[in-house]
Each structure stands twice: as C-alpha cells, then as structure tokens.
Design a protein around this ligand. Structure first.
Ligand SMILES: NC(=O)c1ccc[n+]([C@@H]2O[C@H](COP(=O)([O-])OP(=O)(O)OC[C@H]3O[C@@H](n4cnc5c(N)ncnc54)[C@H](O)[C@@H]3O)[C@@H](O)[C@H]2O)c1
Length: 250
C-alpha cells in the first residue's frame, strides 16, 4: 500500500526541478498525477516516465499567471481522475536585478506567476479539496522569510505566498482541508543552474541568504512536500516549513 493510493495530486511546475521530483515521489507512493506547466515537452517526458513506472499522469499546458488556465487545469484534473486530494503550487520564476533596472513588465510578470498563479489555483481547487479532506502545499522560499538584497521582487512574491498560506489556513480553519507551505533554500534545479547576477554587487550583502551548506537535491524537497501532503501530517495546518539547511536559523 502506498501513502497516496487512490488519491489525485495536481502539481503546477511539474515539468522541471522540484515539481518533477515531487510528481515522481507522489506517483511512486500511489498517486495519480495531474501536471500543469507551460513546458509541454517537459510534461510529456515526465508523463512517459510516470507511465513506465506503472503510474498514471495527465497534463495541462498553460500559464499559471492566467486565471482561466488555472481554472481549466483544476477542472481537467478532476474530470480526468474523478477527484482532487492534493494541490502543490510549485511553478515559479526567480531572477536577480538591481532596483533601478526593474521594469514594470518584469515586476508584473514575477507577481503574476509567483503570487497570482498560486492564488488562482487555490481558488479553483479548494472546493474539490474540501470534498476529499484534501490539502494544499505551496512552495515559498527562504526569500519569503528574510530580507534579501538584489532579489527584492522575488522576495516580495515569496513573502506573499507565506502570508497567503497563513490567511487561507485561517479562512478555512473550520473546513476539512489543510493548507501549508514549504520554504526551500537553494536547490539544484534549472532555476539555480541558469541563474545570473547583475553587475556591481556587494557580495557581503548576499552572504546571509547564501548560507553555509551545499544546495539541496530536488528529491530532498520532494520528500518533505510528500510528507506534508500525506495523512502522516494530519495535524499540520497553516505552517511554513523551512527546508533550507539552516539559512533562516541565524
Ligand atoms: N531552486 C531553488 O533554489 C529554489 C529555492 C527556493 C524556492 N524555490 C521555488 O521552488 C519552485 C520550483 O522551482 P525549481 O527550482 O524547481 O525551478 P525550475 O525552473 O526547475 O521549475 C519551475 C517550473 O515552473 C514552470 N513555470 C514557470 N513559469 C510558469 C508559468 N507561468 N506557468 C506554468 N508553469 C510555469 C517551469 O516551466 C518549470 O517547469 C519555485 O516556486 C521556486 O521559486 C526554488
């Protein structure tokens, strides 16, 4: 028996990195997977991998910053699999820039994907999750728990995810649903591998959030996300769980 036998999990950002690792973890534990990502090729190759391992996965290609796409992804997941037990909001983007170089377009794009996308998926999924005694796991960041130089827009969005999670947890306190967030530190994914820094940085200002330990593997995050989404975490509601190798300890 797997922890997620008979359950259905919808994951945004499933095509890559933490989302991909989490989809494989949940599928290995018995979940049927619905993946939602703007990267259709990545989703298709993940669906093949899940199927080869004996699991089931459907895909929706779309942009989480578009409300209609989020509603469609939730409806397609429920239609295809008959129910929804877990929503993991993992899709996200991160870039570093100087304040003076931040454009209106770049600011709005960051908010649209990292904040609005999480909200629209929660809004669409909550009625289905209440029906199954299900739960939401949002992916925040250590950047949402501390101030970070040169990633002001990103930190703003992740701070919003932290308080969106807590506020949703309060609003649905009397309903059969759990709502939590996991806050990773640096993880070895395409996000960090393709990361670029602006010029003229004062690196000493970055030391507090770089930390002292190596980057995590995506599987280490997947393990925690799967635990929080599982019945083993039945008492955890409204929590922000750091998985950052101690970055936010100091
Ligand atoms: N990698 C890290 O160091 C780190 C640290 C803290 C938090 N996080 C958070 O973890 C989450 C996953 O990041 P990752 O490291 O796996 O990155 P990743 O780039 O490997 O994966 C992100 C996924 O999100 C998808 N995506 C991006 N914009 C989208 C959009 N508009 N619509 C639909 N899908 C979209 C991408 O296609 C990709 O599949 C993000 O929310 C990120 O902010 C990552």
């Amino acid at each position: 028996m797997g922890r997620f036998d008979g359950k259905v999990a919808l994951l945004t950002g499933a095509a890559s990195g933490i989302g991909r690792a989490t989809a494989l973890r949940l599928a290995a534990d018995g979940a049927n997977i619905a993946g939602f990502d703007r990267d259709g090729e990545g989703l298709a190759s993940l669906a093949d991998e899940v199927a080869t391992a004996g699991g089931a996965m459907t895909t929706t290609v779309g942009d989480v910053s578009v409300r209609e796409s989020c509603l469609a992804a939730v409806e397609e997941a429920v239609e295809a699999h008959g129910r929804l037990d877990v929503l993991a909001n993992i899709a996200g983007v991160c870039w570093s820039e100087q304040i003076a170089d931040t454009t209106e377009e770049s600011w709005n794009r960051m908010i649209g994907i990292n904040v609005s996308g999480v909200f629209w998926c929660c809004q669409a999924a909550i009625p289905h999750l209440i029906a199954t005694n299900g739960n939401i796991v949002n992916i925040a960041s250590n950047a949402g728990l501390m101030g970070q130089a040169y990633t002001v827009a990103y930190s703003t969005t992740k701070g919003a995810v932290v308080n969106m999670t807590r506020s949703l947890a309060m609003e649905f306190m009397k309903e059969p649903i759990r709502i939590n967030a996991v806050a990773p530190g640096s993880v070895d994914t395409s996000m960090t591998r393709n990361y670029t820094l602006p010029e003229n940085l004062d690196f000493s200002l970055m030391q507090p959030y770089i930390g002292f330990r190596d980057m995590a593997d995506a599987d280490e995050l997947a393990n925690v996300i799967a635990f929080v989404a599982s019945d083993e975490a039945s008492r955890i509601h409204g929590a922000i769980i750091p998985v950052d190798g101690g970055v936010t300890a100091g």
